[in-house]
Design a protein around this ligand. Structure first.
Ligand SMILES: [Zn+2]
Length: 429
């Protein structure tokens, strides 16, 4: 079964409404890898691309939010990440059971996409490019303020339209179900144009989000170590449950010690054990959705699938490279030699062996000619990711069967998915 997503302008209203369910299932499988971004940006004019992303494409780093590490009081020792990096770079394998969703650009030619990018770049909506640990964000959307949450750093709270809508939906849902909660906090999403964001390995393409746990009143604080005495298990579980049921969540990173508390709560509340096990343990051939990673006792990390923004990014990738909005995986910078420059200085400056510069420029000696432009190879831009496949949601078992046979399906979007792949099929390997 194939779902279809509609476009939305990055600043416009939500595109969360999913419409027609049509056509057939198709799946691709691709190994996931990528390089880390970094290195000097290509000099020269940004050209037309400037219209799209302002002053050009930036791999700007973020603030360090990974410093606090209070003494844990839980029974199980939470793991604490190194102070300068959070272990959130895990990439999930492409899921062969996933679906390729219909996309607004499916029938567009490259020329049409190029024309749209030239005329009105924002008309194509958000683009998530590359990988979570090596990627970029174009036409990002800033997470809005809300009554139920507080932004820790608005400059680092940029995501795709889908990510921001999904997150907002889940936060509002918890606030609706359990009013009067202590305020919770939104940490980093991505920087405005994606790319490396310190201290994270991921958070590069607008699909990753750090949020605080829900704490009991009086304990609410960004980056507080969650434990048995301060964790609001009910709201934290409600948040996780909503993520799983109402959004295409790719993974949730949560410290083992916190997982245990939340899981116990879910079971005590009467959730289906097999379903809860599927979320926390996975099944044969199905990895857990909720995973342990170092550094996640103080916050949880959510990564969403963005079938709309990821495919738009993939379709626009080559054009964005051409327009210098994106840096390709390998590229050349041009350097005009000034009096006093030496080859070894140039090699040091651009982190390239002198020999490589010599070979690239057909140099027989190590003498540079003043005023001549030399080409210097660089690597570290963004690689294009394959088309995303979105696995069926892991939904709790159906409630009691309908009293009326062949009753009309519910209007809840998830009803479509229940029909698409029963949760039991996920365990089939
Ligand atoms: Zn994170």
């Amino acid at each position: 079964m194939l779902r279809f997503y509609a476009f939305g302008r990055p600043g416009g209203p939500s595109t969360g409404s999913r419409t027609a369910v049509t056509l057939a299932v198709c799946a691709v499988c691709a190994a996931c890898s990528g390089s880390r971004v970094g290195g000097p940006a290509a000099p020269g004019a940004v050209g037309d691309a400037g219209a799209m992303v302002g002053e050009g494409f930036g791999f700007d780093g973020g603030g360090d939010d990974a410093t606090a590490a209070a003494t844990p009081l839980g029974e199980e020792e939470p793991t604490v990440a190194d102070k300068d990096e959070i272990d959130d770079g895990v990439e999930t394998e492409s899921d062969a059971r996933g679906q390729i969703l219909r996309h607004p650009l499916d029938n567009w030619t490259k020329e049409q996409i190029e024309a749209a990018l030239a005329k009105d770049p924002e008309s194509l909506g958000s683009m998530s490019i590359g990988y979570a640990h090596s990627g970029a964000l174009v036409n990002g959307v800033q997470m809005p303020p809300g009554d139920a949450w507080e932004l820790v750093n608005a400059d680092r709270a940029w995501g795709t339209r889908e990510t921001v809508d999904n997150l907002t939906h889940c936060l509002q849902r918890v606030a609706l179900l359990y009013p009067g909660a202590a305020k919770m906090f939104i940490g980093h999403l991505s920087s405005r144009r994606g790319g490396h964001l310190s201290p994270h390995k991921s958070h590069q393409c607008g699909r990753d989000v750090d949020v605080s746990y829900y704490y009991l009143p009086g304990y609410e604080k960004w980056y507080a170590m969650a434990h048995a005495a301060n964790l609001d298990r009910e709201r934290t579980w409600a948040f996780v449950r909503t993520l799983v049921i109402d959004t295409d969540v790719e993974l949730i990173l949560m410290d083992r010690s916190v997982q245990r508390l939340v899981r116990q709560f879910a079971l005590a509340k009467g959730e289906d054990r097999e379903w809860v096990d599927l979320l926390f343990d996975g099944a044969a051939g199905v990895p857990p959705l909720i995973r342990h990673a170092k550094g996640h006792a103080t916050h949880l990390h959510v990564r969403f699938y963005n079938p709309l923004a990821q495919e738009t990014g993939r379709r626009a990738y080559e054009i964005l490279i051409k327009r210098r909005v994106l840096q390709p995986p390998s590229y050349f910078v041009r350097y005009k030699v000034k009096p006093g420059d030496t080859l070894s200085e140039l090699a040091l400056k651009y982190h390239v062996p002198a020999k490589v510069i010599q070979q690239t420029n057909g140099m027989k000696t190590d003498v540079l000619k003043i005023d001549r432009e030399y080409r210097i190879p660089q690597s570290g831009g963004v690689r294009m990711a394959p088309r995303v496949t979105v696995p069926s949601r892991r939904l709790p078992p159906e409630p009691a069967p309908p009293a009326v046979p062949n009753a009309a399906p519910s209007a809840i979007p998830n009803a479509e998915r229940r029909g698409a792949t029963p949760p039991a099929a996920l365990g089939g390997g």
